[in-house]
Design a binder for this molecule. Sequence first.
Ligand code: AHR
Length: 498
Amino acid sequence: MKVGRKMMNLTINTQIRKDRINPEIYGHFAEHLGRCIYEGIFVGEESDIPNVDGIRLDVLDALKKIRIPVLRWPGGCFAEEYNWRSGIGDRSKRPQRINVHWGGVIEDNSFGTHDFMRLCELLDCKAYINGNMSGGTVREMSDWVEYLTFDGYSTLTALREENGRKNPWKVEYFGVGNENWGAGGNMRPEYYADEYRKYQTVVRNYGDNQIYKVACGPNSDDYYWTDVIMKNAGHCLDGISLHYYTLPTGSWDSKGSDLEFDEKEWYSTLKRTLYMEELVTRHSEIMNRHDPEKRVGLIVDEWGTWYDPHPGTNPGFLYQQNTMRDALVAGINLNIFNQHCDRVHMANIAQTANVLQSIILTDKEKMILTPTYHVFDLYKHHMDGALLGTSLVCDNIEVDGSAIPQIHHSASISDNGIITITICNLSHDKKADLSSALLNYDVSKISGKILSNEMNAHNTFDEPQNVAPSEFSDFSINEDGFSASIPPCSVVLLRLEK
Ligand code: AHR
């Protein structure tokens, strides 16, 4: 049921400039899981697939185009099983280990620290390394940080040089544990906070390298966890993570299909993804009590859709296709993170290639970009902008007895005065006529792009361009600002100039 209203209104006040949108909100996450690292990113130097130092060129180019700001690695759950020493030195001598969380396959450790740091260098992005807290020792974590970043002579830096790298790397972010309330040790928050305090002590700043330390935060709505960590360890952390996945049904036993869904499941998915707003708001409120200056960031380092495994694939590999529904999920979440950029300092969609809500899918030498990739491409103009104060009046859509908005948006302004507005139309079949009042801004030029298609539409290796952005021109400038007609099931980018 819809509440009838003909015109929806968006007011944008360019004098209300809020916090800076940290580029890291547009971050990514690549785990040793299924075909994400191996095949999706790393194919090895001997591969026929064009590569540099074993890293796929097509994937590098795609990631550079969206200006990926930060990459999290090596997990996830994998991080809590990982010993960094397994991934350095002569590849033929590296330990073969069982990837216990993800399909029980053999991990040959051919992609390790040097390869990840090379990947970040090639992408010109920041490194976010996740350390092992429940399965590794304090000494291991200490050694890894020294190996990576110490700028003097030590046995470890000599080993680094022997392995081909003389100079220290820059490591901007370091996670101390992953999901320690679950697979990472099944800890209580009080216990984790104490362990965190111990482990973080060895995450040292060597030379001019400054590490932003991220503590394991809550599983979705575990507000008690956030409270305890902020209270007991808030003084020695820079960020606290939040993990929340969008499951169409809300049930881990039967999550729903990636491609086979109807209108009902379209809306239940969008409703569940909008729940991120409440999570970010409520965790921020708790953080505000302990940290009113907002020094500590909320780091949403795992988010995105999670469906039942794509038919015919290894269930432990978490491969799923990606439709316009995923595009809307991405657009909504990124709008939410923009709107909370005072607290959300970084977010990392799960995951980069071939796993969960991927931006890239590969099949041997072939690579395709998903609808989610295209949303990152449209939204990249928000990076480093100042969030603008806006207010929206729009129709609601009734979903299971509650209302969700038909339109979801965010707006920012860059240093050179260009306004970026991103708008999602959540209705699968109704356009939205939007009038926009621009306060303190005389717009003279608007350009637009749109991603729109049927709700189940997706790209395949045979039809890689089925869902792709195109020019959008269904708008006009008027004396108040502008009006635009936003097609159903779409994500729209508008760029305004004086
Ligand atoms: O992204 C897949 C998995 O989801 C990660 O390894 C883990 O942290 C989370 O449970």
